[in-house]
Design a protein around this ligand. Sequence first.
Ligand code: NAP
Ligand code: GLV
Length: 316
Amino acid sequence: MNILLCGEFDAAELAAWQQCLRAALPEARWLDRGAALAQADAVEVAVVANPPPGSLRGLPRLRLIQSLWAGVERLLRDPTLPAGVPIARMVDPAMTAAMAETALWATLALQRDFFDYALDQRERRWQQRPQRRADSLRVLVLGLGEMGLAAARRLVQLGFQVSGWSLHPRAAAALPAGIGHRHGAAALPGLLAQSDIVINLLPLTPATEGLLDATFFAALPRGAGVVNLARGAHVVDADLLAALDRGQVGRAVLDVFHQEPLPPEHPYWQHPRVTLLPHVAAQTDPHSAAQVVAANVRALAAGAPLAHLVPVGRGY
Ligand code: NAP
Ligand code: GLV
């Protein structure tokens, strides 16, 4: 199998990916973008990490696009993407576990006011706050897919009251015990009104872009916590800042931004009730992700079903 590896990597990342992918698939012939341009007819699989638009043009034998990213919105927006070639997202248990850990960390720190205590420490302020029980807090997870479901499951284990929101209906029996579920746009305002903490794990699509706006924040109980671990473009920044300044949102924990790296002049950096991460909620682990890639490439070679395909037309 001839495989093109391309994407947004720095030199160290590229070397790590090359090493792990070659170890996982020693039988493959790996081509970089330069080699692939010279041998466009040879490329059968493209393993990609947010490649620049146009990267996959002119590859007539391409049979699979395997993303190293879970979110494929940038890939799907590339107008030059070859039609009819299946696209697989990265679904890796190590990445899913990392996301659940980040969701737990944010929820626990909001529950127990640990972010506020960190601020108090910087200002040498000794101030004890009332301690809230996990089972007194209602947590809403937006998106009950690979990431959202894993986070919801762990939060239930810790005793939080957990609900999830998704696009399609789901049988109660298909969800782990203790997770409430609603679907569709009409259900959202009612869910928000009953949520002390909202964790966003939606994919970025035309329907979800800008969803976390003034109307969304106004629907929450005053002082709710907002955690965005999905994509920056889900949030209308000016609306979130206004909601924070009014106290409507008590604290925001943000991992993802419209522009990354977040520009130094952005008001989020200095906001006392914003906690930032530099898009590290769930990084792709080259060792485990290389095994996921290898399994799909071998399935392709064997004519077996491919895993984690993005359904045509669904957009995520
Ligand atoms: P996924 O398995 O595709 O799950 C997406 C979930 O969102 C599904 O439950 C889906 O509903 C729901 N959904 C989609 N559109 C919706 C809409 N319009 N209204 C309500 N629900 C909707 O995706 P995933 O693997 O969990 O990943 C989610 C996102 O996390 C990725 O797209 C990426 O942006 C982000 N991510 C971030 C990081 C990071 O480090 N910050 C790392 C990895 C991923 P159905 O179940 O009904 O289809
Ligand atoms: C990271 O944000 C991903 O989508 O994999």
